[in-house]
Design a protein around this ligand. Structure first.
Ligand SMILES: Nc1ncnc2c1ncn2[C@@H]1O[C@H](COP(=O)(O)OP(=O)(O)OP(=O)(O)O)[C@@H](O)[C@H]1O
Ligand SMILES: [Mg+2]
Length: 222
């Protein structure tokens, strides 16, 4: 399974979700490779910190740049799960990864500036479908507000995503220090101390796995 994290908005949570999903699938005993396709090497640095901690389960992190389609297709034959972290802009890496991925996740914060880019992402989605008919694209709401009074903003964001043909995953991440703090040690939130953050990522990995199973079986997903 190839999962691509991409979005034209910077800082929406691509690297954080890519790293945490990589750890979640590793803990599900899948072989996982994390492809850092962003020249700023944020995920590579996370992988290097992780390597220095012998208590953590090993995750292979590799850098691929330019047209990464054939490299990624090759990795799919070697690993159960390939997760690609693309930078926050439209790039050769993003478009070549779109051509080969199974599931593309597009993180948005529940903020107007992020959601304004839904229109651009819809355009990318329409083009993507011309090159990769079988892939599925979902929004992921990231860094959601934890205050219940703010939940209507989350529901509105979900509606906006759906209206642009990019339905949101049921699982989402909320704003929690654990995401920032665990990163410092090359850890994921599932190896850290915040049970709520841990459950968010476990639920997301389970939801993606279910979607992929349905894709393989040709079952209805939405
Ligand atoms: N759920 C969360 N709660 C709190 N902080 C978060 C959460 N998700 C991400 N962050 C923090 O937000 C910042 C941006 O996240 P991240 O680097 O994952 O975004 P990105 O989309 O990869 O950015 P870029 O476009 O620059 O590659 C980081 O400091 C990260 O620790
Ligand atoms: Mg990033």
């Amino acid at each position: 399974m190839i999962i691509l994290l991409g979005c034209s908005v910077g800082g929406s949570g691509k690297s954080t979700i890519a790293q945490n999903l990589a750890a979640a699938f590793t803990h599900k005993d899948k072989s996982v490779v994390l492809v850092d396709a962003d020249l700023r090497k944020v995920t590579t640095r996370w992988g290097n910190k992780r390597k220095r901690n012998p208590k953590l389960k090993r995750i292979d992190v590799r850098q691929h740049h330019g047209n990464i389609a054939s490299d990624v297709a090759l990795l799919k034959q070697q690993y159960d799960v390939v997760i690609i972290d693309c930078g926050g802009f439209e790039s050769r890496e993003l478009f070549s990864a779109i051509a080969v991925c199974d599931i593309m996740l597009i993180p948005f914060r529940v903020r107007r500036r992020d959601l304004e880019s839904l229109e651009d992402m819809e355009e990318i989605a329409l083009k993507a479908k011309m090159h990769n008919l079988s892939m599925l694209m979902f929004s992921v709401l990231s860094q959601c507000p934890t205050l219940p009074t703010q939940y209507p903003r989350i529901w509105d964001a979900e509606k906006a995503c759906k209206s642009f043909g990019l339905p949101a995953l049921k699982s989402k991440t909320f704003t929690r220090n654990a995401y920032d703090d665990s990163d410092e040690f090359g850890m994921s939130v599932i190896e850290y101390t915040d049970r709520k953050a841990c459950n968010e990522i476990i639920n997301m990995a389970n939801e993606i796995e279910d979607i992929f199973k349905k894709m393989i079986n040709g079952d209805a997903i939405l």
